[in-house]
Design a protein around this ligand. Structure first.
Ligand SMILES: [Ca+2]
Ligand SMILES: [Ca+2]
Ligand SMILES: [Ca+2]
Length: 272
Protein backbone atom coordinates (compact mmCIF):
# COMPACT_ATOMS: atom_id res chain seq x y z
CA UNK A 1 0.00 0.00 0.00
CA UNK A 2 2.82 2.35 0.85
CA UNK A 3 4.55 1.93 -2.48
CA UNK A 4 1.29 2.43 -4.30
CA UNK A 5 0.98 5.87 -2.70
CA UNK A 6 4.56 6.74 -3.61
CA UNK A 7 3.90 5.69 -7.16
CA UNK A 8 0.88 7.95 -7.45
CA UNK A 9 2.84 10.88 -5.98
CA UNK A 10 5.56 10.37 -8.56
CA UNK A 11 3.10 10.36 -11.41
CA UNK A 12 1.47 13.53 -10.07
CA UNK A 13 4.85 15.26 -9.87
CA UNK A 14 5.75 14.30 -13.42
CA UNK A 15 2.38 15.47 -14.63
CA UNK A 16 2.85 18.82 -12.91
CA UNK A 17 6.00 19.40 -14.93
CA UNK A 18 4.88 18.01 -18.25
CA UNK A 19 1.28 19.14 -18.54
CA UNK A 20 2.25 22.63 -19.61
CA UNK A 21 1.86 22.55 -23.34
CA UNK A 22 4.31 23.83 -25.89
CA UNK A 23 2.38 26.83 -27.14
CA UNK A 24 5.16 28.52 -29.00
CA UNK A 25 3.67 30.21 -32.02
CA UNK A 26 0.52 31.18 -33.80
CA UNK A 27 0.99 28.01 -35.84
CA UNK A 28 0.17 25.97 -32.78
CA UNK A 29 -2.45 28.41 -31.51
CA UNK A 30 -4.84 25.63 -30.55
CA UNK A 31 -2.25 24.57 -27.97
CA UNK A 32 -3.25 27.64 -25.97
CA UNK A 33 -6.72 26.16 -25.66
CA UNK A 34 -8.37 29.26 -27.13
CA UNK A 35 -11.30 28.47 -29.39
CA UNK A 36 -12.50 30.47 -32.36
CA UNK A 37 -15.43 31.83 -30.37
CA UNK A 38 -13.73 33.84 -27.66
CA UNK A 39 -10.61 34.78 -25.77
CA UNK A 40 -10.76 32.44 -22.79
CA UNK A 41 -8.84 29.22 -22.34
CA UNK A 42 -9.37 26.22 -20.14
CA UNK A 43 -6.19 24.45 -21.18
CA UNK A 44 -4.38 22.78 -18.31
CA UNK A 45 -1.25 24.63 -17.28
CA UNK A 46 -2.11 27.87 -19.11
CA UNK A 47 -2.42 30.97 -16.93
CA UNK A 48 -4.56 33.70 -18.44
CA UNK A 49 -6.38 36.94 -17.79
CA UNK A 50 -8.97 38.28 -20.23
CA UNK A 51 -10.72 41.65 -20.61
CA UNK A 52 -12.36 41.52 -24.01
CA UNK A 53 -14.25 44.76 -24.70
CA UNK A 54 -16.39 46.19 -27.49
CA UNK A 55 -17.19 49.80 -26.57
CA UNK A 56 -15.14 52.95 -27.15
CA UNK A 57 -14.12 53.36 -23.50
CA UNK A 58 -11.53 50.81 -22.42
CA UNK A 59 -9.89 51.97 -19.14
CA UNK A 60 -7.93 53.99 -18.55
CA UNK A 61 -8.40 55.43 -22.05
CA UNK A 62 -10.51 55.22 -25.16
CA UNK A 63 -10.26 53.89 -28.68
CA UNK A 64 -12.42 50.78 -28.89
CA UNK A 65 -11.35 47.58 -30.58
CA UNK A 66 -8.29 49.16 -32.23
CA UNK A 67 -6.67 49.47 -28.80
CA UNK A 68 -8.39 46.67 -26.91
CA UNK A 69 -6.07 44.47 -24.83
CA UNK A 70 -8.19 41.32 -24.85
CA UNK A 71 -6.21 38.53 -23.26
CA UNK A 72 -2.79 37.70 -21.83
CA UNK A 73 -1.51 34.15 -21.45
CA UNK A 74 1.49 32.21 -20.14
CA UNK A 75 2.64 28.66 -19.75
CA UNK A 76 5.98 26.89 -19.52
CA UNK A 77 7.77 23.62 -19.80
CA UNK A 78 11.21 22.68 -18.50
CA UNK A 79 12.98 24.78 -21.16
CA UNK A 80 10.81 27.73 -22.16
CA UNK A 81 8.34 30.30 -20.88
CA UNK A 82 5.62 30.85 -23.50
CA UNK A 83 3.81 34.19 -23.49
CA UNK A 84 0.83 35.36 -25.52
CA UNK A 85 -1.22 38.55 -25.89
CA UNK A 86 -4.49 38.96 -27.80
CA UNK A 87 -5.33 42.50 -28.86
CA UNK A 88 -7.19 44.51 -31.45
CA UNK A 89 -4.01 46.53 -32.12
CA UNK A 90 -2.46 45.67 -35.47
CA UNK A 91 1.32 45.22 -35.74
CA UNK A 92 1.43 47.88 -38.46
CA UNK A 93 -1.02 50.34 -36.92
CA UNK A 94 -0.12 54.01 -37.36
CA UNK A 95 -0.31 56.46 -34.51
CA UNK A 96 0.13 54.73 -31.18
CA UNK A 97 1.91 51.49 -32.01
CA UNK A 98 1.63 48.26 -30.05
CA UNK A 99 3.64 48.34 -26.85
CA UNK A 100 6.07 45.69 -25.66
CA UNK A 101 5.29 42.77 -23.32
CA UNK A 102 6.68 43.72 -19.91
CA UNK A 103 7.97 41.19 -17.35
CA UNK A 104 7.87 42.03 -13.65
CA UNK A 105 9.67 39.42 -11.58
CA UNK A 106 8.48 39.60 -8.00
CA UNK A 107 5.25 41.38 -9.06
CA UNK A 108 6.54 44.57 -7.41
CA UNK A 109 5.84 47.02 -10.27
CA UNK A 110 9.49 47.04 -11.37
CA UNK A 111 9.54 45.60 -14.87
CA UNK A 112 12.90 43.99 -15.56
CA UNK A 113 12.43 42.70 -19.12
CA UNK A 114 10.56 43.64 -22.25
CA UNK A 115 9.72 41.59 -25.33
CA UNK A 116 9.77 43.91 -28.35
CA UNK A 117 6.63 43.48 -30.45
CA UNK A 118 6.98 45.95 -33.33
CA UNK A 119 9.54 48.23 -34.96
CA UNK A 120 7.13 51.11 -34.28
CA UNK A 121 7.20 52.26 -37.88
CA UNK A 122 4.35 54.70 -38.32
CA UNK A 123 4.18 55.32 -34.60
CA UNK A 124 4.26 58.69 -32.90
CA UNK A 125 8.05 59.11 -32.71
CA UNK A 126 8.14 60.25 -29.10
CA UNK A 127 6.33 57.14 -27.95
CA UNK A 128 8.19 54.65 -30.09
CA UNK A 129 10.27 52.08 -28.32
CA UNK A 130 13.62 50.60 -29.27
CA UNK A 131 14.70 47.21 -30.57
CA UNK A 132 13.38 44.85 -33.20
CA UNK A 133 10.32 42.58 -33.06
CA UNK A 134 11.11 39.36 -31.24
CA UNK A 135 14.04 40.71 -29.22
CA UNK A 136 14.07 40.50 -25.43
CA UNK A 137 15.55 43.48 -23.59
CA UNK A 138 16.78 43.85 -20.05
CA UNK A 139 15.16 47.19 -19.40
CA UNK A 140 16.58 50.25 -17.66
CA UNK A 141 13.85 52.68 -18.73
CA UNK A 142 10.28 52.36 -19.96
CA UNK A 143 7.98 54.68 -21.85
CA UNK A 144 4.56 55.38 -20.37
CA UNK A 145 1.23 56.35 -21.79
CA UNK A 146 -0.98 59.41 -21.75
CA UNK A 147 -3.13 58.73 -18.66
CA UNK A 148 -2.58 59.06 -14.93
CA UNK A 149 -5.77 57.27 -13.95
CA UNK A 150 -8.98 56.08 -15.51
CA UNK A 151 -10.24 58.67 -17.97
CA UNK A 152 -7.77 61.36 -16.89
CA UNK A 153 -5.62 62.38 -19.87
CA UNK A 154 -2.26 63.95 -18.99
CA UNK A 155 -0.56 63.72 -22.40
CA UNK A 156 2.53 61.98 -23.62
CA UNK A 157 5.72 62.52 -21.61
CA UNK A 158 3.92 63.89 -18.56
CA UNK A 159 5.54 63.14 -15.22
CA UNK A 160 2.04 62.38 -13.98
CA UNK A 161 1.63 59.43 -16.35
CA UNK A 162 0.87 56.14 -14.62
CA UNK A 163 4.20 54.33 -14.21
CA UNK A 164 2.57 51.11 -12.97
CA UNK A 165 1.69 50.40 -16.58
CA UNK A 166 4.74 50.55 -18.88
CA UNK A 167 4.22 50.68 -22.62
CA UNK A 168 7.40 50.34 -24.71
CA UNK A 169 11.08 49.84 -23.91
CA UNK A 170 12.86 53.24 -23.84
CA UNK A 171 16.34 52.02 -22.87
CA UNK A 172 18.10 48.80 -22.02
CA UNK A 173 20.16 46.04 -23.59
CA UNK A 174 19.11 43.16 -25.80
CA UNK A 175 19.65 39.71 -24.28
CA UNK A 176 21.28 37.43 -26.85
CA UNK A 177 19.59 34.10 -27.60
CA UNK A 178 16.80 34.72 -25.09
CA UNK A 179 13.95 34.18 -27.55
CA UNK A 180 13.69 30.77 -29.20
CA UNK A 181 14.48 30.91 -32.90
CA UNK A 182 11.43 31.61 -35.07
CA UNK A 183 9.09 31.51 -32.07
CA UNK A 184 8.06 35.18 -32.16
CA UNK A 185 4.80 35.84 -33.94
CA UNK A 186 2.38 38.77 -34.28
CA UNK A 187 -0.44 37.85 -36.65
CA UNK A 188 -4.08 38.46 -37.41
CA UNK A 189 -6.53 35.90 -36.07
CA UNK A 190 -9.01 34.73 -38.66
CA UNK A 191 -11.81 36.98 -39.79
CA UNK A 192 -13.19 39.94 -37.90
CA UNK A 193 -16.00 37.84 -36.47
CA UNK A 194 -13.68 35.47 -34.66
CA UNK A 195 -11.96 35.52 -31.27
CA UNK A 196 -12.21 38.77 -29.36
CA UNK A 197 -15.50 40.63 -29.68
CA UNK A 198 -15.72 43.96 -31.49
CA UNK A 199 -13.66 43.29 -34.59
CA UNK A 200 -10.31 41.99 -35.77
CA UNK A 201 -7.97 40.47 -33.21
CA UNK A 202 -4.25 39.76 -33.34
CA UNK A 203 -2.06 37.42 -31.32
CA UNK A 204 1.48 38.13 -30.15
CA UNK A 205 3.50 35.17 -28.87
CA UNK A 206 7.03 33.98 -28.20
CA UNK A 207 8.98 31.30 -26.37
CA UNK A 208 11.72 32.53 -24.05
CA UNK A 209 14.59 30.40 -22.78
CA UNK A 210 14.18 29.92 -19.03
CA UNK A 211 17.94 30.26 -18.58
CA UNK A 212 17.39 33.98 -19.29
CA UNK A 213 15.50 34.20 -16.00
CA UNK A 214 17.62 31.88 -13.86
CA UNK A 215 16.18 28.56 -14.98
CA UNK A 216 13.79 26.60 -12.78
CA UNK A 217 13.81 29.27 -10.05
CA UNK A 218 12.15 31.84 -12.32
CA UNK A 219 8.85 31.72 -10.41
CA UNK A 220 10.25 31.73 -6.89
CA UNK A 221 8.99 35.28 -6.34
CA UNK A 222 6.08 35.26 -8.79
CA UNK A 223 5.84 36.98 -12.17
CA UNK A 224 3.53 39.58 -13.64
CA UNK A 225 3.19 40.04 -17.41
CA UNK A 226 1.81 43.29 -18.79
CA UNK A 227 0.92 44.71 -22.17
CA UNK A 228 -0.52 47.98 -23.51
CA UNK A 229 -0.33 50.01 -26.71
CA UNK A 230 2.11 52.93 -26.49
CA UNK A 231 -0.73 55.27 -25.43
CA UNK A 232 -1.79 52.91 -22.61
CA UNK A 233 -5.42 53.37 -23.67
CA UNK A 234 -5.99 49.84 -22.37
CA UNK A 235 -3.58 47.71 -20.37
CA UNK A 236 -3.81 44.08 -19.37
CA UNK A 237 -1.88 42.21 -16.72
CA UNK A 238 -1.43 38.59 -15.70
CA UNK A 239 -0.16 37.76 -12.21
CA UNK A 240 1.38 34.32 -11.82
CA UNK A 241 1.79 33.48 -8.12
CA UNK A 242 5.13 32.47 -6.62
CA UNK A 243 5.76 28.75 -6.89
CA UNK A 244 8.70 26.43 -7.11
CA UNK A 245 9.22 24.74 -10.44
CA UNK A 246 11.09 21.43 -10.12
CA UNK A 247 14.53 21.24 -11.69
CA UNK A 248 14.31 18.59 -14.42
CA UNK A 249 17.45 16.91 -13.14
CA UNK A 250 16.17 16.87 -9.55
CA UNK A 251 12.85 15.53 -10.72
CA UNK A 252 14.49 12.79 -12.71
CA UNK A 253 16.59 11.75 -9.75
CA UNK A 254 13.59 11.90 -7.46
CA UNK A 255 11.58 9.75 -9.82
CA UNK A 256 14.43 7.29 -10.15
CA UNK A 257 14.80 7.20 -6.38
CA UNK A 258 11.13 6.59 -5.80
CA UNK A 259 10.92 3.98 -8.52
CA UNK A 260 14.00 2.43 -6.92
CA UNK A 261 12.12 2.21 -3.63
CA UNK A 262 9.11 0.74 -5.39
CA UNK A 263 11.28 -1.80 -7.18
CA UNK A 264 13.01 -2.73 -3.94
CA UNK A 265 9.71 -3.17 -2.12
CA UNK A 266 8.33 -5.27 -4.93
CA UNK A 267 11.46 -7.35 -4.85
CA UNK A 268 11.05 -7.74 -1.11
CA UNK A 269 7.43 -8.72 -1.46
CA UNK A 270 8.18 -11.40 -4.01
CA UNK A 271 10.49 -12.95 -1.50
CA UNK A 272 7.73 -13.16 1.08
CA1 LIG B 1 -12.57 43.19 -28.11
CA1 LIG C 1 -9.64 45.19 -22.89
CA1 LIG D 1 10.09 43.30 -10.45
Amino acid sequence: MTYLKISIATIALNFALLHNVSAATINSFSDWGITSTGVTTSAAGVYSHTEDQTGNYLSPGYGGQDYDAEGIYATWDSNYLYVGVMTGRAPTASGWSAGDIAFDFGSDKSYEYGLITTDHSGSYPAAAGIGSPGELFQVSQWNYGIWDQAGNHVGYGSSAADTDHPTSVAAGSAVANAVKNNSFSYQALGSSSQYGAGGQSYFISAAIDLNTFGGASFLDDGLSLHWAATCNNDWIQLDIPAQSVPEPSTLALLSLGLFGIIAARRKTSTKV
